[in-house]
Design a protein around this ligand. Sequence first.
Ligand code: ATP
Length: 205
Amino acid sequence: MLIVGLIGGIGSGKSTVAEMFCQLGAKRIDADQIGHEILQRPDIQIAARNRWGDSIFDANAKLNRKALAQIVFHPSETGREELRFLNFLVHPLITQKIEDQIRQFSESGSECCCLILDAPLLLENHWEKKIDYLIFVDASQSVRVARTQRRGWTSAELDARENTQLNINEKRRMADWIINNSGNLDETLDHVKEIWQNLQTLTRK
Ligand code: ATP
């Protein structure tokens, strides 16, 4: 089974492309989803409350990710320090969970030939060692601004988050394939199918 990493700028369409691969028969590990689940763990919530106080919890004592994002993506040295703390808290657990899921997939005897590791911070966390090939989902800055505005983000919020990540050109340069997802979904699906055909002919690195 091949393990293929999926990266790209924020709002580029990684989840959309991952879903297309799944429709063709791939399995997916969703690192964002794992991260969200880890933030719900009681031990992590205690550590978060100790660090950031009650203001990041709503009236039902549920961690408010938007409030936490405002702290850790604040474009200042304080923001960067808080993000380092959050990463220190959750990234080892996310890494562990990804490794567990990869192991479970490979031991399951599944017929599936390809596991997509949908992990925006794959390179930042050095998870490239876990994968065989890397796909970069590309979309222009203006398209990504428009897409993330639909979720209520300003372009400054998009910039603040992207500035905490490895440079987007550097990420693109590392990829084995680049999928242009600035156009319509049919065009993207055609490219996904092309890569899918290629993947059938490849073996693990
Ligand atoms: P994030 O970086 O936040 O995880 P993402 O890269 O996974 O985002 P998606 O969630 O797949 O991006 O896409 C962002 C938004 O853009 C979604 O609302 C999705 O439906 C839409 N979208 C993705 N691709 C296209 C496309 N080719 N045409 C139109 N809309 C698209």
